[in-house]
Design a protein. Sequence first.
Length: 251
Amino acid sequence: MSDQRALTEYLLRLADTDMVLAQRLCEWCGKAPALEEEVAMMNVGLDLLGQARNWYDYAAELLDDGRDADQLAFRRNEREYRNLLLAEYPRGDYAVTTAKQFFFDVWHHLVLTRLTESRDERIAGLAAKGLKEARYHRRRSTEWMLRLGQGTEESHRRLANAVQNLWRFTYELTDTDAVEDELAEAGIGAGNVGDAWRAEVSRVLEQAGLDVPEPARHFYLDGKNGKHTEQLGFLLAEMQYLLRAYPDATW
């Protein structure tokens, strides 16, 4: 794979994951357990949307095929998306959203931290900008993991179930493929953050009184390469409806 093609793939993975997760968070609008939490989740979603836009802009420049950030976000089909499987998982109850966000936030913070030292100055600059937001996201979701895990019997049970149900998708956070390894070797990508991710997640799970599952194993799905769950198709149908229905519309 050429360096430019690998870089474009990597940028789309970052952008698509941010975009899809932001969409999932926005599904809580008007449905959150408390007004403060609704505002907080919408802010996190907007942060991720802004970061996705930055990665899409860079990818569009590299592709140089006439598409812009909006078209990359809203005019690609399911198999063309490169987001992590964890991001597309349905929002579920608040424990599911909390666990999902925590797993992602730890990974995201580690990845952006490494990308601030990328040899690609554009990536390093965007990562440094996003890292400030990712640091807050990680702290917030960690606090909620501890609050639910150490809370009532019901909150503990729901969080434990959420961790078990989501854990199978975490292999994409701890393992890398040829694209990521190539860019890491070139000093551009973040490389493998699996050990650091497992250490941090295990520490918080133990503090929350939760069992730490065995490392997740690969299975036939692979969001990084376009092999998604059926849930992504439903999400994209809603997310992309307006632009696909009115492709010539302008603001």
